[in-house]
Structures are given as structure tokens and as C-alpha cells.
Design a protein around this ligand. Sequence first.
Ligand code: SF4
Length: 348
Amino acid sequence: MTGSTIQNPTDTLDRPLRDLRISVTDRCNFRCGYCMPREIFGKGYQFLRQDQLLSFEEITRLVRLFAGFGVRKLRLTGGEPLLRREITSLIEMLAGVDGIDDIAMTTNASLLTRERTQALLDAGLGRLNISLDALDPAVHARINEVDTPLDAVLDGIDNALGEGFSSVKINMVVQKGINEGEIIPMVERFRHSGAILRFIEFMDVGNHNQWSLDQVFTANEIIRLIDARYPVEPVEANYHGEVARRWRFRDGGGEVGVISSISQPFCRDCSRARLSAIGELYTCLFATAGHDFRDLLRSGASDAQIAQRIDSLWRARDDRYSEERLQGLGRPRQKGGSVKVEMSYIGG
Ligand code: SF4
């Protein structure tokens, strides 16, 4: 299988399998309310044990099989992926997989020291998405419910911008009534910085973030707010299926993006699969059921058997949760019950 691309399977909505997001841990050193509220993920919460996690060899074997189906892009997520020890070793292994030409990571940057940033780059990491929801320390602390100083994140961002990553994006989840007042300060901080600032509509991920539509500050509202101060114009997508809608400052100040899962869903172009840290495959961020691969890996299944499972799961995929949510079909239809997987478990 290695090196040979098998027919790129498409799902029931004719979407190819292109991107694999890999959660390497369910642990995080932040407790952002929209993802991992402290009252649920606080004291006494049972995180995954080390022996439950897929090993780097198991992850790499799966990635090799996914690459056989045409996956080219990987994103390492968590929880907070920098909490997984020796993560640079995994990146080196993944960078050696035939067909994989783009390895990215989503991090809160609080652990992104200069040395670690260089080590990630040397290992083969190409792109960084950094989560930052406010520049006001009080608002920042209110959102992530930990006392990690904001400066640790800002220093991490500076370290990332100082290195040779092909792109550094700053992801801000906008919650009406909590941090929309931070949009312009964030724009002013990151215009001309080389980082691409992306605003994410607050989503009903998982089961505990008390989401409601009236807390959503929509993509159109965000762009109107920015355009009034710093005129912007729309830009073509970099590639088909790009998640963010792109806008650039007319004065050359750089680019911003908006990710509009609520107001303008993009399910029709969704080519993303997600792997949990214990080897369950999820075909949608809002899925209620995953498909176990760890037992296959640990029970001596052949590459062909595992590949067959990937192929049949993807071909049967019909997820379009955000579209259904918008179509107001009440609670979107979900296979296998109504408890959604937690975002901290499979990464955003
Ligand atoms: S809701 Fe599911 S199918 Fe739609 S874009 Fe998000 S992950 Fe893809």
C-alpha cells in the first residue's frame, strides 16, 4: 500500500477524504468555557491513561494507510498537543510518511518556548494555528479559566512568527457578550504581523458549553465591524474546501478569515476525518459515535483489513450537522444517540 494511491474514496455527498486531524491527548492546561468548562473538566475528571493512548507507531501506521487513500494534510490537536511528551518524535515519523506533505498543529501557544518552536520546525511541522480569544487579560482569564498569564501565549506567538513556519494563524472564538469587544484590538495587534487572524463563530460543540444562537456573533457582523474601521475586501479561497472565508485589508495590512459554521455552513466541502487519542475515527466534529481502530491495530489486523475499514466508513459518511442545524430541523439528526463527542477529545 505504501506509496500507491488507491482510488480517492468519496462519501455519500461526493466529498473526498483529504484531511486527517489527529488528537494526541485529551488533556489541556486551559479550561476554555466553550470547549472544556472547568465545572465538567475540573478536579476529579478522569483523563485518558498513557496506555490507552495510541502509540506514535500506531498513529504513524494509520497515517500511512490514510495517505494511501489520498490524505495529504495532517493536523495535530488535543486537548493541548504540546502536553504529549516527545511530540517532535511523532512529527518526524509522520513527516516520513509517503504522500504526507503538510503537517500542522493547533495549540494555545502557552508552552511554545523558543527552543520548542525550533524543535517543532526541525521535526517537520509546517504550520501553526494558535488559539487566542482576547488581549484584555481579564477577558482572557474569564474565557480560559486558568491563571496562565496572557504573556505566555503572546510570547509563544512571537516565537512562532519568528520562525520559518509557512503560516501562523491566530484563531479567536467570538462569543457575543463576552469578547466581541476584543475583535478590533486583536485586528490592531496582528495587522502587518504576518499572522492571519481568523474569527470563529461560537459553536455548539460537545455537550457542556451552554451554547445558544443568541450568543453567536456572526461572520457578517464580524466583517462589518472590522470593515467600518479597517476596510477589507473578499479574497479567493486558497483551495477548494478551505474552511475560512478570506478577507484582506485594502491598505495592505494583511488578511483575516471568518469560520462560519453557524451562519454559513461549509459541510458540502468537508473533507476532514478526525482521530481521537485512543484511535476512534470520527467523521464529523459534532458526531455522537466514533469507530474504533485501536483494537484492529492491537489485534493483528492486516493493513488491507484496516484500509478496508477506512474505505467503507468514509464511503458511508453522510454527515452535514451544521447544514441541518441551519435548516432548523430542530435538533439535527444524529446517529447513535444525542451525546456529541467533546471537542477536547477530537480537536476542533
Ligand atoms: S459540521 Fe461536520 S460535516 Fe459539517 S463541516 Fe463540520 S465537521 Fe464537516
